[in-house]
Design a binder for this molecule. Structure first.
Ligand code: NAD
Length: 252
């Protein structure tokens, strides 16, 4: 039987566009109350505008501790103690290790990794007040393998994968599950400048993924995955399962 998200209180970061926006729409459809946060305020307001009173938008830079505190306070005031956290906000930064500005590396870690730690730090007391719940950290296939010229991003996403396991060990006794999602290429503004179709062409499922496919996995993890914690859930068209080796005979 499907567990209900009815009247659960969910914080989704990076919710103004891409996957985060789709998560907000589907969570509301599933009956949840959602605090959607981002730094892109016009786009964020537009996401919640059509969702009635069940979702509210708040400006929130995930690297800002005071803003995390006010997001949790808003959730509690508007809807009650938080039951679910989706650490989705993230940035991708490209560059070789020797030519990347150290400030870019630090900023990438600050948003993609420290931002998620801060999210758990400030939200867990509320989830404990609710009697338990579930946290999903959005990592990447870049948290499972390396990619050249993506060192800062790879480091942040591997870090988030490890942090998820530490959090799951700490929070299990408090009835809080923590898992990570590892998407491959998904059609969002983040990868608009890449030739994603070419990247996906070598996958067993040779297409770019859609945000709603990730949302379906997210809803499962938040509500139904009652015996899973600390684990990686990969949604990548099979991108990281291995390499196809072609023999010389096949090439003839
Ligand atoms: N699209 C992909 O192919 C892909 C693949 C693997 C993992 N991911 C991860 O999925 C998550 C969602 O990405 P997306 O593809 O929807 O990208 P996106 O760029 O469309 O959305 C990311 C959102 O995060 C917000 N954000 C950035 N910095 C922020 C900050 N400091 N504080 C608050 N919000 C901030 C952005 O404004 C944006 O709205 C990210 O963590 C990303 O790394 C994406």
């Amino acid at each position: 039987m499907r567990n209900s998200l009815e009247d659960k209180v969910v914080i989704v970061t990076g919710a103004a566009r891409g996957m985060g926006a789709e998560h907000v729409r589907q969570l509301v459809r599933a009956g949840a109350r959602v605090v959607a946060t981002d730094v892109l305020d016009d786009e964020g307001q537009a996401v919640v505008a059509s969702l009635g009173g069940r979702a509210v938008y708040q400006h929130h830079d995930v690297t800002n501790e005071a803003e995390w505190q006010s997001v949790v306070a808003l959730a509690e005031k508007r809807f009650g103690p938080v039951t679910h956290l989706v650490n989705n906000a993230g940035v991708v930064t490209f560059g070789a290790i020797e030519s990347t500005d150290p400030a870019v590396f630090r900023r990438t870690i600050d948003i993609n990794l420290t931002g998620c730690w801060l999210g758990m730090h400030y939200t867990v007391p509320s989830i404990r007040r609710a009697g338990g719940g579930s946290i999903v950290n959005i990592s990447s296939t870049a948290g499972l393998q390396g990619y050249a010229n993506l060192g800062a991003y790879v480091a942040s996403k591997w870090g988030l994968r490890g942090l998820t396991k530490a959090a799951a060990l700490e929070l299990g006794p408090h009835n809080i599950r923590v898992n990570s999602i590892h998407p491959g290429p998904i059609r969002t503004p983040m990868i608009a400048g890449l030739d994603a179709d070419a990247i996906a062409a070598s996958q067993p499922i040779a297409r770019v993924g859609e945000p709603e496919e990730v949302t379906a996995l997210l809803l499962y993890l938040l509500a139904d995955a009652t015996y899973s914690t600390g684990h990686e859930f990969v949604i990548d068209g099979g991108a990281v399962i291995g390499q196809v080796v072609r023999t010389l005979m096949e090439q003839k």
